[in-house]
Design a protein around this ligand. Sequence first.
Ligand SMILES: NC(=O)c1ccc[n+]([C@@H]2O[C@H](COP(=O)([O-])OP(=O)(O)OC[C@H]3O[C@@H](n4cnc5c(N)ncnc54)[C@H](O)[C@@H]3O)[C@@H](O)[C@H]2O)c1
Ligand SMILES: O=C(O)C[C@H](O)C(=O)O
Length: 346
Amino acid sequence: MVKVAIFGAAGGIGQSLSLLVKLDQNVDELALYDVVNAPGVGQDLSHINTKAKLSSYLPENDGLAKSLENTDIVVIPAGVPRKPGMTRDDLFKINASIIRDLAEGIATYGKKDVFILVISNPVNSTVPMVAEVLKKFKVYNPKRLVGVTTLDLVRSNEFLKQMLPEDKIDSSNLFVPVIGGHSGDTIVPLFSIGCPEYYKKLSTEQRESLIHRVQYGGDEVVKAKKGMGSATLSMAYAGYRLTSSFIKTFKNEVSKEVAFIELNDQLKGAKEAKKIISEKYGGSHIDYFALPLILGKDGIEEVDYKILEQADEKEQEMIEIAVKQLEKNIVKGKNFISGIETSFSA
Ligand SMILES: NC(=O)c1ccc[n+]([C@@H]2O[C@H](COP(=O)([O-])OP(=O)(O)OC[C@H]3O[C@@H](n4cnc5c(N)ncnc54)[C@H](O)[C@@H]3O)[C@@H](O)[C@H]2O)c1
Ligand SMILES: O=C(O)C[C@H](O)C(=O)O
């Protein structure tokens, strides 16, 4: 039995992601939760003839608690998206309390071993926030919480293909690790490691333009949508890709993914990653970072820290820049929780 819950299921990402999860034959139950329209979206999806049983909830009548009953995986795309001219950090004001409240709900009503995937921005701050809430409630397991940065990998694969049309690259087969965080300069694509054979072909100008496009790909969509939101369809695809890797762990399948995680000593390779980030890149306070990881039935089984040393010279400079920004984002998320009393009783 695998049950997935989606918080913010009636939104732009939420609806498409719910559709993709409903189509997954490894899912037995899908619970939708939103402050608006979840029953409508749920009714619609419930007509699809796939295995997953649908349920949908609004906050009233203990909706949040019910959506979490026996839930194995919670995916969170709840909150507001950017408008042109905004940074992801500008979303903090509104999304921080939404994410805190949902995390308190998970801590209170969720299974102890639930997997939590956070999509809501700013990811660099919302993930530390969720961890702090779970720590406060003494239910935190660092192997089971990730921030979703998969869209950065998806974009890297696709933008590289678009830059080299003659090579007829199948971008669905590439794996460009994108490390660091999920905003601007904190997004560090490692093309030299993911696809050296193609990266070698690019001029310095092409490399710079490709990296910039990956770092600011989100802005392209925000601009094109002219105030009507940010990436939803590509994000649903990326979010489903990571969600499906978590779903597969219930069939004892192991996957390699990249996600934004706490570099907690309980994770194999995390201590080494922290040491390198501190000594080589000057990030002595960095305890969250997106890195390649192995996912298995207990969640994150291993973190690939070696990649931090394998990056080429330019990429190493980018990691150094990312670390500085990331530090501020992480502290901001943690401080938000430590400064506020919880509203649920533990
Ligand atoms: N991690 C990434 O790569 C990535 C990519 C794209 C978007 N995002 C982020 O995902 C979030 C959602 O984007 P979207 O385009 O789907 O926005 P949206 O406005 O279309 O949908 C958000 C949904 O969240 C719901 N919601 C608000 N408060 C809630 C609460 N307390 N509980 C449950 N649901 C609640 C809203 O009712 C809405 O249906 C944004 O913060 C956006 O920046 C992240
Ligand atoms: O750009 C945004 O605000 C949404 C998302 O983080 C993205 O990368 O598309």
